[in-house]
Design a protein around this ligand. Sequence first.
Ligand code: FAD
Length: 229
Amino acid sequence: MNMLKKKALQLIERQLAKTGTVLEVRSWTPSTFYEVDLHLPGVDMNKWNAVQHMKTKVAEYVYRDYTPASWDAETQTCTLYIDASHDGDGSKWVSQLKRGDKICYLGIGGTNAKPINGSRILCLGDSSCVGHFLALEQLVGKGNLSGALVINEENHRKEFAHYFDTLLEAIPPQLSSNIDNLHNWLKEQQWGSNAVFIAGNVAMVVGLKQKIRSLPDFDGAIKVQGFWW
Ligand SMILES: Cc1cc2nc3c(=O)[nH]c(=O)nc-3n(C[C@H](O)[C@H](O)[C@H](O)COP(=O)(O)OP(=O)(O)OC[C@H]3O[C@@H](n4cnc5c(N)ncnc54)[C@H](O)[C@@H]3O)c2cc1C
């Protein structure tokens, strides 16, 4: 990163940076997926009417987006669900986090994922979207949202089913393309008046949206959110 960008980031950090405290970190087995409980003083979570994302500092001059989910407005606490199965600054950061650590973030803002009046929601994504879709479920209410997340590790799929009381399913990557994995799962479902929300890998999100649009029996809304390239 050049000097000018560093200076600009330092300035932004000085003006916008906020601090949270890590209350607990739980790693799944194998330890490539983490739950991070946070206390975020001063954040009014009652105002969250869309799924949020927070720009979190994971290394010097490096920020990554994560989704605050499972929030409790009264105690100003929430949980991040972080996929760390790849080699990245965010993965390294979360794998060394521990209770009592302070985290720095630049702000929390809304995404386009929010309840749609009268529609049940069907969600499709990968491991990076666990928090995003749990947060959406918290907004629309249990029973109004279902869907599938491709989760590579067999034990993570078991943990997902065990930990969360949700209609979301953790499905295995039977084929090499997650577009095909999710499309095949979708073909087995009843559409009803569902709106479809897709998130995760950008190429997957784009490809899956095109496939769903071309299905003859689908005329619902599709919302997409690319998470990573
Ligand atoms: C609005 C929003 C909300 C998000 N919320 C979450 C969240 O709650 N939890 C979460 O885990 N992620 C979330 N993400 C995605 C996360 O910001 C990215 O995955 C980010 O790239 C991870 O940073 P990194 O430093 O670990 O990897 P990077 O340095 O960005 O990437 C390193 C390498 O890993 C690959 N890579 C990056 N992410 C993944 C992945 N998930 N799976 C496989 N390969 C990957 C990249 O293609 C690259 O080759 C969100 C993204 C957005 C835009």
